[in-house]
Design a protein around this ligand. Structure first.
Ligand SMILES: *Cc1c(COP(=O)(O)O)cnc(C)c1O
Length: 386
């Protein structure tokens, strides 16, 4: 029976003693009553947890829900979104092979692709994911196409059915980061994507109290990850965090609806504001084919402010309800100025590489009253203009 997401997040198979919430299996190892039981587990003849760097029942409760939400055969949870991304990529690329990646991918994914992968002689080429012919020209010889739709910072949406069809024609596997939309507003596997990755630190957790990641896909592809990158790089999720994520997922459909409504309303008002040069929100502006797979929008978008760096500084310092910080997807509203990201040290600055304007400010619209948030934004815009 195929269930609606709002039922999936609430309904569980039976837990011990009829509990309606999974127990936290705070144990590193699991013991066996006989030699035969131990051997059956080690040989994989019986699926039983052996050691918590592999399987843990509390974490499995989260993995099962994520697989159901994404319409996947299997899911594997990780200690962070980056652990999930690195495992997905390293499980499908070898020395001398090449990956095509959309521009404006998540900044730390960019750093992984440009500073760590080249040490294994893996080449990554960046393309504008909105330009399907450009993606097609980049694909010959590539093993992996890496998508994030919409992208970080400027929210460029990609045409999933078209790009995944091109990738499979070239024999490339498609990985897509679905953190922004969550499975409530986009299910990439239904549009030809092979592996979906998430930062569960964002909407899936939803309360800004956990850092985690997850990969969803066909069993055979998850088994490939389980055979190497997952247990051997060791980025496993802790049982308590698995528990927090199951708790967070209970309200995911409700929270996403509220983020969608509040953020779209605020983005529309900002778009009409004289101090706003440009809005980067997938559902405002040109309705390209990239948004066809989105059934809603999350709380995250950005805009460019009229004026110089001083205007950005004045706006940020005048905010009262919005707090300044990285990350997003929790209950609270946040602002992040791209200028601060451009000032970040390191070998490779993705914002500079992709040419992000220092006038860009990213907003996460949280669960507060949208009129309170709008009052805060308008008073901060007044101060920015002063
Ligand atoms: C935050 C984020 C990540 C990385 O996730 P972590 O849990 O911080 O490791 C990956 N992709 C996107 C789009 C993100 O916003």
């Amino acid at each position: 029976m195929s269930l609606d997401p709002s039922t999936i997040v609430v309904h569980d198979d039976a837990f011990p003693a009829g509990a309606v919430v999974p127990p936290i299996f705070q144990t590193s190892l699991f013991t066996f009553g006989s030699y035969q039981e131990l051997e059956d587990a080690m040989a994989g003849r019986v699926a039983r947890p052996i050691y918590s760097r592999g399987d843990n029942p509390t974490v499995q409760a989260f993995e099962a829900k994520m697989a159901a939400l994404e319409g996947a055969e299997a899911a594997r949870a990780f200690a962070s979104g980056m652990a999930a991304i690195s495992a997905a990529v390293l499980s499908n690329l070898g020395a001398g092979e090449r990956m095509v990646c959309v521009r404006h991918c998540y900044p730390d994914a960019f750093r992984l692709f440009t500073t760590v992968l080249p040490r294994f002689a893996i080449q990554v080429d960046f393309v504008d994911g909105r330009d399907a012919p450009a993606v097609d020209r980049a694909l010959p010889g590539a093993k992996v196409l890496y998508l994030e739709t919409p992208t970080s910072v400027v929210f460029e949406a990609q045409d999933l059915p078209r790009l995944t069809a091109m990738a499979s024609a070239h024999g490339a596997l498609t990985i897509a980061d679905n953190s922004w939309a969550s499975p409530i507003f986009q299910r990439p596997l239904a549009h030809g994507v092979d592996l979906v990755v998430h930062s569960a630190s964002k909407y899936l957790g939803g309360h800004s109290d956990v850092v985690a990641g997850v990969i969803c896909g066909r069993r055979e592809l998850i088994e490939r990850i389980d055979a190497g990158a997952f247990p051997l790089l060791g980025g496993k999720l802790a049982p308590f965090e698995g528990w927090l994520l199951v708790r967070g997922l209970r309200t995911l459909p409700l929270r996403m609806r509220r983020h969608h409504e509040s953020a779209l309303e605020i983005a529309r008002r900002l778009a009409a504001h004289p101090q706003i040069k440009r809005i980067n929100h997938p559902l405002l502006g040109e309705p390209g084919p990239g948004v066809a797979t989105l059934t809603g929008a999350s709380g995250l978008f950005s805009f460019e402010l009229e004026g110089e760096r001083e205007a950005v500084r004045g706006f940020c310092d005048a905010l009262r309800l919005f707090r300044l910080g990285v990350s997003w997807g929790g209950h609270e509203s946040l602002a992040f100025p791209a200028a601060a990201g451009l000032a970040q040290k390191g070998e490779a600055n993705p914002l500079a590489f992709f040419g992000v304007s220092p006038a860009t400010i990213r907003l996460h619209i949280g669960l507060e009253d949208p009129e309170d948030l709008w009052s805060d934004l308008t008073q901060a815009l007044l101060r920015a203009a002063a």
